[in-house]
Design a binder for this molecule. Structure first.
Ligand code: IGP
Length: 267
């Protein structure tokens, strides 16, 4: 299995940056989401960010919320999400990380959860609603089981917190280009460049930008600003949502989308 570190070294060597799509397990159902994950890694995704459906996804806008609802309706649950990750790990060597809410981890038991991730072969995890100041227990479990703990920074992160985050983070830093919820937007926030530069001044770790990226131009923009990777959720999820009654069309639009977005990472 490839590590995030190897991935970012490799993409830099190839004069490109990483494209990392986000999907929810079980959206719109188990088999289809596994098929989508496979299509993504086969057609240009360098890594995946995977969410488990959650009942109260406070950081998410309507696209991801609807993905969660579809997944629950199809009967998705935690055990099935683990099973899907396992099947995906058997299929690909590419890195994948989770994007979850704390309650999922806490309820399962922190140490047991990280142990499970290690057993499956998950590379990293970002807990959307866990502030770094309260992350001691998860970091302990992450270190013990060899899972990379990823954190989010935004315009609201002052330099002092940024220093703290760069001390405890591993894998990459998630730079949220918008203050607000996830969701495809027509433009990348203009101060994203400043934010990338400010974070870059504190760390050599890879920086992946997400929130609102929906077009190849956006990918180019954040990469030209110094990002090592672009993360895209809602725009991809919208393709799923718009093609629920036609799987062939859904798959072919996803293939075109991932290919186009990946091409935009090439310098
Ligand atoms: O959907 P967008 O705007 O493309 O943003 C990425 C996003 O979906 C993914 O990284 C994500 C989904 N849920 C989150 C919660 C917090 C932070 C990030 C996320």
């Amino acid at each position: 299995m490839q590590t995030f570190e190897e991935l970012f070294t490799q993409t830099h060597k190839n004069n490109e940056r990483a494209f990392i799509p986000f999907i929810v397990t079980g959206d719109p159902d188990y088999e289809t989401s596994l098929e989508i994950a496979k299509l993504l890694v086969d057609n240009g995704a360098d890594a995946l960010e995977i969410g488990f459906p959650f009942s109260d996804p406070v950081a998410d806008g309507p696209s991801v919320q609807n993905a969660d609802i579809r997944a629950f309706k199809s009967g998705m649950n935690l055990e099935k999400s683990f099973k899907l990750l396992k099947e995906l790990r058997e299929y690909t060597e590419k890195p994948f990380g989770l994007l979850l809410y704390y309650n999922i981890v806490y309820k399962y038991g922190i140490d047991a959860f990280y142990e499970k991730l290690a057993e499956i072969g998950v590379n990293g995890i970002l807990i959307a609603d866990l502030p770094p100041e309260e992350a001691d227990d998860v970091i302990k479990a992450a270190n013990k089981h060899g899972i990379q703990q990823i954190f989010i920074v935004s315009q609201a992160t002052n330099n002092e917190r940024l220093e703290h985050i760069t001390d405890i983070v591993s894998g990459y830093i998630y730079v949220a280009s918008v203050m607000g919820t996830t969701g495809a937007r027509s433009e990348v926030e203009t101060d994203t460049t400043d934010l990338i530069e400010r974070v870059r001044a504190h760390t050599d770790l890879p920086l992946c930008v997400g929130f609102g990226i929906s077009k190849p131009e956006h990918v180019k923009e954040v990469i030209n600003s110094g990002a090592d990777g672009a993360i895209v959720g809602s725009a991809l999820i919208n393709i799923i949502e718009e093609n629920l009654d036609n799987k062939d069309k859904m798959y072919s639009e996803i293939i075109d989308f991932v290919d186009e977005m990946k091409q935009a990472t090439k310098l």
